[in-house]
Design a binder for this molecule. Structure first.
Ligand code: APR
Length: 258
């Protein structure tokens, strides 16, 4: 099947679906300038995630985690803007096809692009909270001075990002809602995730076991390819999602013709 055939077939399946859910990962935001974690240019090629992204590392040495990971991510994330893939999913939602985005990303770009129902499986980097008093602060409002890390709350407590570190559990509401969405969809689009981190990577399996079709959009195959997912649209999310969404609009308009 040629890439265009795959785009058309995916669009046909979306146009015929009642309840589409998307599971997105870091690859969704690569074209917004945010590096992925694994694969070419991935953060985990530079840092050991157990050293810089595990809750025990953070509690043992918050200054080091802030210096190595968080302050670098802060600049990238506050500058990043949605790309055509984010806007394409928001368009699929306004067409009444996509009901929910389950994202592993903490960049808030789906909401910025106009998606309304977004489950943030790993939290959101837009907020920090104080380990002592729980005070919440917007990340953009906190001046991260390399000479004065970790940033501290007025009470003297240390600020941590409102993201899920390795070694922490997924927020219960996010997990419950994601499992509900995965088990009630008839199509799951799995976009830009290596599908190796649990429990997020279990959502496509729940969808498949509930009778849904699973389609991946990714330049590379993943452990889901050929087993859980029916199709792999091999390409970058930005162009693939935009082409697919354009095609869905054409198909839906043609079906409305008398
Ligand atoms: N378009 C679509 N997919 C892309 C693109 C792109 N332009 N560029 C890269 N990819 C794909 C890669 O092929 C890979 O499969 O995106 C995926 C990125 O994988 P990861 O970096 O592992 O990101 P993700 O799957 O979201 O990681 C899951 O691991 O470290 C934790 O908490 C972190 O949420 C993250 C979780």
């Amino acid at each position: 099947m040629t890439p265009n055939d795959l785009i058309h077939q995916t669009a046909e399946i979306i146009a015929s679906s009642r309840h589409v859910v998307a599971l997105t990962g870091a690859g969704m935001s690569v074209e917004s300038g945010i590096p992925p974690f694994r694969g070419k240019g991935g953060l985990w090629e530079k840092f050991d995630p157990m050293e810089v992204a595990h809750i025990q590392s953070f509690m043992r040495n918050p200054e080091r985690v802030w210096r190595l990971l968080i302050s670098e991510m802060k600049d990238i994330l506050t500058e990043a803007r949605p790309n055509p893939a984010h806007y394409g999913l928001a368009r699929l939602e306004s067409l009444g096809k996509l009901k929910t985005v389950i994202t592993q990303n903490v960049d808030g770009l789906h909401q910025l692009a106009g998606s309304r129902d977004v489950i943030e499986f790993h939290g959101n980097f837009a907020w920090l909270w104080c380990l002592d008093c729980g005070d919440r602060a917007r990340t953009v409002d906190i001046d991260v001075n390399p000479g004065r890390l970790p940033p501290r709350c007025g009470c003297g407590g240390i600020y941590r990002p409102d993201c899920v570190f390795f070694g922490e559990s997924i927020p219960m509401q996010a997990l419950d809602r994601s499992q509900m969405a995965a088990s009630s969809c008839d199509l799951m689009l799995v976009i830009g995730t290596s599908a190796v981190v649990q429990p997020a990577a279990f959502m496509p399996l729940i969808a498949r076991q509930s009778g849904a079709v699973v389609i991946e959009i990714n330049p590379e195959p993943t452990p889901l390819t050929g087993t859980t997912s029916k199709l792999l649209v091999q390409g970058k999310a930005g162009s693939a999602v935009q082409q697919i969404t354009d095609e869905v609009e054409r198909i839906m308009a043609a079906r409305r013709q008398p």
